[in-house]
Design a protein around this ligand. Structure first.
Ligand code: PLP
Length: 382
């Protein structure tokens, strides 16, 4: 958990987060300029950049893209970042701009619940989709000849981890592109581009913005030609974020290090408390020593996320537990300052037991939260 600067990294994460993407100060102007609401920009004469039409570019996006780029790849001018209307818009932009009929793609079999829909769409377009579970680098067995490897580490909701550097080396040796869904880790937890990936892709809806009030996504990539195709996809599909959402996201990034450090430390405390409880099985948190993912996670992650998952004996027990919680809302999504939890099997689609709970740890006082969880476990006992 490095907080302060090192030689490769001249400033700490908190310093970087509060200043990320800010323009040079202008006298009598706010530090972070307000959202620019514009469908079109004044454009006399010849068509010229940077701003002409609001589906192509917007000054509020530019500042946010700079901010995310600084966090995903500090000090790297070769990395380009593009923001999207949602995480799914960003994911689809990478996949559908890069693959063609006849290509093969490797997706996680235990990844985000919308990936099976993406799979069906890719297959409808004549793309061969192979899947492999995230843990133990099982992707290596199905990589041969693939155009693109899609990694989700840690995976949602199972919190498995794979060795990104190892997979990227194997993929690049045969010309396969590598994209990493960095939603769960956030750029303060993991830097996929430094680990060798071609793309860091994420939903900004979760911990990046952290208040449960914005949908957003982004793609950061290091190859200009490849990123030009992603940009073209954004233009033709039009899955663009609103200026207000973009501005809210940028404002929220200023507190990213505070939120992530607090929430992740409390997530570890919650996991440690749950580990003592006999009615809890299948407990997963990559930051917990002894977790199956911990060894690999500690090599490639700088922080371990705010999500803890575990299983209670039955659906009824899990429902009683969720209803008994007072400080944790029964809600989907994760990463917000208010803790949430849900019985994941209620959605269908994830291969999880009926009593499986995904808990997102917020910014409440850790003692209050742990006490609430232990009380709810007691009250929901069979
Ligand atoms: C939520 C999520 C997404 C999708 O993001 P949206 O902003 O909801 O479109 C993608 N990947 C992961 C890992 C997620 O948790």
């Amino acid at each position: 958990m490095s907080a302060t600067g090192t030689s490769e990294d001249p400033v700490g994460d908190g310093t970087r987060a509060v200043r990320a993407g800010l323009p040079e100060p202008v006298k009598h102007e706010p530090t972070l300029p307000g959202p620019v609401f514009a469908a079109h920009f004044h454009l006399p004469g010849e068509v010229s950049g940077p701003y002409s039409y609001g589906r192509d570019d917007n000054p509020t996006w530019t500042l946010l893209e700079n901010a995310i780029g600084e966090l995903e790849a500090p000090g790297r001018a070769d990395v380009e970042t593009l923001v999207f209307a949602s995480g799914m818009a960003a994911i689809s932009a990478v996949l559908f701009s890069q693959v063609r009929a006849g290509d093969a793609v490797v997706l996680p079999s235990d990844g985000y619940q919308a990936l099976p829909l993406v799979r069906a769409q890719l297959e409808a377009y004549g793309v061969e989709v192979r899947t492999a579970p995230t843990g133990r680098d099982a992707q290596l067995e199905v990589l041969e000849g693939a155009r693109l490897l899609w990694i989700e580490s840690p995976s949602n909701p199972g919190l498995d981890v794979c060795d990104i550097r190892r997979l990227a080396v194997a993929a690049h040796a045969q010309g396969t592109l590598v994209a990493v869904d960095n939603t769960l880790a956030t750029p303060l937890g993991q830097r996929p581009l430094a680990l060798g990936a071609d793309f860091a892709v994420a939903s900004g809806t979760k911990q990046l913005t952290g208040h449960g009030d914005v949908l957003l996504g982004y793609v950061a990539g290091r190859d200009a030609e490849v990123m030009a195709a992603v940009r073209r996809w954004r233009k033709i599909v039009g899955a663009i974020p609103g200026p207000m959402e973009s501005w809210l996201a940028h404002r929220s990034i200023a507190t990213l290090q505070l939120r992530v450090d607090r929430q992740n430390a409390t997530a570890l405390a919650v996991a440690e408390a749950l580990r003592q409880r006999p009615e809890v099985s299948g407990l997963r948190y990559p930051g917990l020593p002894g977790d199956p993912a911990h060894t690999v996670a500690s090599r490639q992650m700088r922080r371990y996320g705010c999500v803890v998952s575990f299983t209670l004996s039955t659906r009824a027990r899990a429902e009683r537990f969720l209803a008994a919680l007072r400080l944790v809302e029964d809600a989907t999504s994760f990463g917000g300052v208010r803790s949430t939890a849900e019985r994941r099997a209620r959605w269908g689609g994830d291969a999880v037991p009926e009593g499986f709970i995904r808990m997102s740890v917020g910014a409440e006082d850790p003692e209050d939260l742990v006490a609430d969880i232990l009380r709810a476990l007691d009250e929901s006992a069979d």
